[in-house]
Ligand binder design. Sequence first.
Ligand SMILES: Nc1ncnc2c1ncn2[C@@H]1O[C@H](COP(=O)(O)OP(=O)(O)OP(=O)(O)O)[C@@H](O)[C@H]1O
Ligand SMILES: [Mg+2]
Ligand SMILES: [Zn+2]
Length: 467
Amino acid sequence: MAKVQKSYVCNNCGSISTRWAGKCDACNEWNTITEEISEVSVPKGLSGKQKGRLIEFVNLPAGTSCTYPRLLTRISEFDRVTGGGIVPGAAILIGGDPGIGKSTLLLQSVCALTKNNVSCVYISGEESTDQIHMRAIRLGLGNTPVKLAAATNVRDILESVKTSKDKIQLLIIDSIQTMYVDSIDSAPGTVTQVRTSAQEIIRTAKLKGISVVFVGHVTKDGQIAGPRVLEHLVDTVLYFEGDRSHHFRILRAVKNRFGPTDEIGVFEMAEQGLIEVDNPSALFLSQRHEDAAGSAVLAALEGTRPLLVEVQALVAPSSLASPRRSVLGWDNNRLAMIVAVLETRCGIKLSNYDIFLNIAGGIRINEPAADLAVAAALISAISNLPLPANTVFFGEIGLAGEVRQVAQADLRLKESSKLGFERATIPVLQKKKASNKNTVITVNEITHINKLAEILGVNPNREDGSF
Ligand SMILES: Nc1ncnc2c1ncn2[C@@H]1O[C@H](COP(=O)(O)OP(=O)(O)OP(=O)(O)O)[C@@H](O)[C@H]1O
Ligand SMILES: [Mg+2]
Ligand SMILES: [Zn+2]
């Protein structure tokens, strides 16, 4: 028997509660909970007489001959992030702020795939086919035979895809928040609609071996359900990030069942669309002033790729009771830890200073390997001395002030050397690899953060903590 039930669903994370609240207990977002009314049929359990149907078991095929060709766009920044191309039947979600360039990226990718004879369908629930065509013309892709449609009814879309004359390999849904399943009463964009639409599309896609890419809007106001509601339904979650004031964009894999996570692709947004950036390190370092105090170069690792970025620190005397700690592009708590370690283990007094930390260029760094570069930038900033030129830093710092190893040191060194850096201050290398001989970089291995201050020529152990 069907019964009408009221439930309260968070539009950000999709968690369901029995009463309304201003703040979601699961994800701590405010004003994201809305009431949804649904008809639920009470489950009867499995105790009834009816027997289940038998399912068929298959063996894993022997040998390694069974390969599934991936769909390659030949846009290498895109292919890398998907883990070497889109797997047939995979469901991918691309999230991102409004206007960041999601539709542009997908239209370019679809056109590239079509040119490689992959049969693609682009369904837009937000723009008319004429508007998409206008964009294609601007991107110089006006003549590509992509199958376009403006539609929002999931039943119609799936029927058209299933009965299409040529076998469709890739389906783009732009965006999932505009789609609706007509058997459900809720409005498009609500958690129930977004989730059911995605489930329906994914089910058909897996059955037919069609890959699907969903666009998901990131919303702060909670009016429509965000991509987090879908994250566990799909195989791959990509985020398209970027600062609107900078012209480059980063595509980041945060979940991937078929490839490494944290892989990034870097693009530049131009009049003709998104252009691949082959050498992002050079781009991120291009506006650096080498002789400025408080600037350190970090050899970071994003996914499988080394990336050089500039860490900037500014330290200014504070009149506040609790001085400001402002961080852009890195972890706030991590900065607090580094500051505490510098104070306690090196005697560098920072508690009376406002501290501003910035990863230049608007990129976000997530790894602890940035610790050493941050510490170097801070020491340089407070002593008002520029760091030695042509030096890169990486290494994790422990609470005792010890400098710890990080993954892929040789990759980081190679990239630094490629960009013309001559010295590297890093943790003690685990094993000397033969490949290191090829790099012309002088490695300065340190075991404790104290050594850093010494190398930089500052004497942190003065009584008053000044320099
Ligand atoms: N004529 C143009 N010249 C240069 N850049 C443009 C032009 N038209 C649009 N753009 C860029 O494209 C961006 C919009 O891209 P796009 O529509 O792909 O974003 P989106 O993420 O799909 O947005 P939405 O969330 O609204 O769907 C704009 O923010 C702008 O930077
Ligand atoms: Mg769009
Ligand atoms: Zn929530």
